[in-house]
Design a binder for this molecule. Sequence first.
Ligand code: PGA
Length: 261
Amino acid sequence: MSIIKDKFIIAGNWKMNKTLGELRIFIEKIVPKISDLQCEIMIFTPYLGFKDALEISKSHNLKIGAQNFHFESCGPYTGEISAEMLLDVGINMSLVGHSERRKFFGETNESVNKKIKKAITLNMSVILCVGESLEEREGNKYKKTVEVQIKEALNDISYESLENITIAYEPVWAIGTGKTASPKQSNEMCLFIKQCVRSIYNLGEKLIPKVLYGGSITPENCKEIFSMSDIDGGLVGGASLDESKFFKIAKIADDIIKGDM
Ligand code: PGA
């Protein structure tokens, strides 16, 4: 039986990894292999890789996105890149609010909200990352944390703009640690996020953003995670750096949506 998972998303977050040579080898290898897959496949590469990544992936089933941008259009922000600059080189989607940005670069729910607003004015898409720390999980505050992240990130964002937004639930304690949230825990939170969005917008059963799970996804554990009812895809860090692992993850997702698993 096939599970109806319309536009299932498999996204790779490369973080600060890969030289141009390594990027070219990876993308040249993967594009012919993913051409028949039905899921949407994307990679969030470092800025310096955009030109080559776009050139090689052109007219293939692979989208390229950014990992971050500044909410201002231009100005005295040394080292930053604006959304307009991304669009200028052909990039129209980005991650926002990844926990590493929050932890190491002072990203807050407020700055995340400003970035989403900026993206929307430019008709760019974002993947909004949310997730609780280990302390918040163990202190049973994880739902509250995620609810506040969602509410503040979506503050003053119209219902129509939700079309440009995907949400990724990434518990901080599962990122890069080899510890995955159990499929049940991940599904519970993806459903909870959908309920939060529904209640903010009074949505009933109407369209809500897709919600991905992220945190130590591997080819070995992804089948169980992707088979859960409220998980609409995966945001993959470490395993997305290895072309054969990333392809395996995408193929497993594709088999699930086609009902071959
Ligand atoms: P990981 O990273 O798969 O290496 O845990 C996920 C992420 O940071 O998006």
